[in-house]
Design a protein around this ligand. Structure first.
Ligand SMILES: [Zn+2]
Length: 576
């Protein structure tokens, strides 16, 4: 159920009717985005960038921001793109309608949709095939501005781009929910930015054209586009924009010194056994039928997947440790559907002693679904999941070890804040963080704040002699503070491995490719802990391959990061 007065739906219906066939010569494109509170169901296919209040701040009813707060990298990127467009259009100056968005790799960039010479001229659509203001490179050569993609749905190739759910590229999504359906001469919009749920059975009107471009940004909850005047000499950014650098202020430790965290001798053996179990090298039995869980069917996109059995198995493991049977803890199987396939996250909550107004749960999370083996797909076009020893059995085993330590530590005295252990399904393509999206949407719907999400995704592989592992905070200052806390924990635990903070603005960060990104989009503090892997250099040759096996894991390296994650969660849960 949405927590929304019925009245908004009424407005939405009327408004939809009104905008059908709306003439675009004078209106801004933001007026076409009819969605009400899209942050209450975060969709992979329909991203939005929040430039005023974040979704977290919106649901917690914080006071509106006076100005749109943009990443300072957007100023240079915008200038470069607009001046390059002016040169191509052979104009001295023009106005552009534009808005910030995420690029395919999660970096902030601009969508530049239309231009007009002056306020009295008609808007003209830009087209990515005519204008390439920035290079069209891979993830290392980014971000580039996003320009409208003009498509003809009557041509098979274009129709496939819009509708195909199982494209030849494993990591491609249908463009459907980024599409403005237009009349033949592109002056009127018939259907703007439809929800992905409308794709099934949608028939484009005859003679229709489609322009694909991601939906406008949101400023204090409302759809927002910006009109910017540009010339070769200068860019006149609208007054409602400010470019703010989130300065790294020195981290003030808010923690009282905690009791030391003890890692027993058997930690290591148990850690290794569970990595073997969750990568199919040791048998795991479905608790209901006693049959082996099939580790080739652990993709959320596979209608026959065995992920629900794996979730039940994990629940049983936590019950065996002693959770879920006392009032201090609950185990919830959080069910949802993705493309009509049943899915489930597992949420274990250890109750904190703080009154609810002061209780900010600390989340320790992983994903239990597996990627499609790229090598098998290339050879046979079959979608078989990887064994996933590194991605992501190394994290699942961490969460089980964490629960054992929390059980012993909080037996007599609970932590001040809740600690939640959360296993997501549907992180990998094609589901694209469906589990985290469902979970975070639920947090927002119930107006629940959290203290931190510490996400673990691949902590077991490094190249010879490389000692680096990564702490990748989200964009917010609070996320950066949590990364600094994890850094202090790593240094205090001390051994040969070298923690590196990867700032969210840096190309060496990896959090935008994980469930951590979903928390960041919503404005929740988040930290990804992972091995030395990033967007500029892929260092793990077994990444998303059928060779992601336990024998390529450096367990000492993985266990160290597991201990950093667990200790950081404890320190945050025991802080004020
Ligand atoms: Zn992963």
């Amino acid at each position: 159920m949405l927590r929304m007065p019925i009245f908004s739906w009424l407005v939405l219906t009327l408004f939809s009717a009104m905008t059908s066939g709306q003439n675009l010569s004078q209106t801004q494109l933001s007026s076409l985005d009819n969605s009400v509170a899209p942050w209450l169901s975060l969709e992979a296919e329909q991203p939005r960038l929040y430039v005023g209040l974040s979704p977290r701040e919106l649901v917690l009813s914080m006071s509106p921001k006076a100005k749109a707060d943009l990443n300072p990298s957007l100023r240079d990127l915008g200038k470069k793109a607009l001046q390059s467009l002016l040169r191509e259009l052979k104009l001295k100056s023009a106005e552009f309608e534009m808005w910030p968005q995420y690029d395919d790799w999660g970096a902030h960039t601009w969508v530049i949709a239309r231009y007009r010479e002056t306020e009295t001229h008609q808007w003209i659509w830009l087209n990515e095939t005519h204008h390439q203001p920035l290079s069209n490179g891979g993830p290392a050569d980014r971000p580039r501005a996003i320009l409208p993609r003009h498509l003809n749905p009557n041509v098979a190739q274009d129709a496939a781009l819009i509708f195909d759910q199982t494209p030849k590229d494993l990591y491609q999504q249908p463009l459907f929910s980024t599409v403005l359906w237009m009349n033949h001469d592109l002056t009127q919009v018939t259907h703007p930015w439809l929800s992905p749920s409308r794709m099934e059975g949608f028939k484009p009107p005859a003679n229709t054209r489609a322009i694909a471009l991601p939906a406008p940004s949101r400023f204090n909850g409302s759809a927002k586009t910006f009109v910017t005047k540009a010339s070769q000499q200068e860019i006149n950014w609208p007054n409602e924009i400010q470019f703010t650098k989130h300065l790294d202020r020195p981290f003030q430790p808010e923690n009282k010194p905690s009791r030391a965290v003890y890692f027993r001798k058997e930690f290591s053996k148990k850690y290794r056994d569970d990595v073997s179990r969750f990568s199919g090298a040791l048998p795991v039995h479905d608790p209901d039928h006693g049959k082996l869980i099939d580790f080739e069917k652990l993709s959320s996109g596979d209608p026959q997947n065995h992920l629900l059995a794996l979730v039940r198995y994990l629940k049983e493991r936590y019950e065996a440790i002693g959770f879920g049977k006392t009032p201090n803890s609950t185990i919830e199987i959080q069910s949802y559907e993705w493309r009509t396939i049943p899915q489930a996250n597992l949420v274990l909550k250890i109750k904190g002693s703080n009154p609810s107004a002061l209780n900010r749960p600390i989340i320790l999370s992983d994903h239990i679904d597996k990627a499609i083996s790229e090598d098998i797909f290339e050879a046979t076009a079959e979608r078989i999941t990887t064994p996933g020893a590194d991605d992501n059995a190394t994290a699942t085993s961490t969460l089980l070890r964490a629960s054992e330590i929390f059980k012993a530590r909080y037996q007599l005295k609970p932590p001040p804040h809740d600690i939640w252990i959360v296993h997501f399904t549907g992180e990998e393509f094609p589901a694209n963080c469906a589990g985290a999206r469902h979970f975070v949407s639920q947090l927002l719907r119930s107006k629940q704040d959290i203290g931190a999400n510490i996400n673990i995704d691949m902590i077991g592989h490094h190249t010879p002699h490389d000692k680096i592992f990564q702490l990748n905070p989200g964009f917010s200052l609070r996320s950066k503070e949590i990364a600094l806390e994890a850094l202090r924990v790593a240094k205090a635990l001390g051994n040969q491995w070298v923690p590196m903070i990867r700032s969210s603005e840096s190309k060496t960060s990896y959090y935008t490719q994980t469930d951590s990104m979903i928390f960041d989009i919503a404005g929740y503090p988040t930290l990804l802990i992972n091995e030395h892997i990033n967007l500029t250099r892929r260092l793990n040759p077994h990444y998303h391959q059928s060779t992601d096996l336990p024998r390529f894991i450096d367990f000492d390296y993985a266990e160290f990061q597991a201990k950093v994650a667990i200790t950081t969660a404890i320190r945050l849960a025991e802080s004020n």
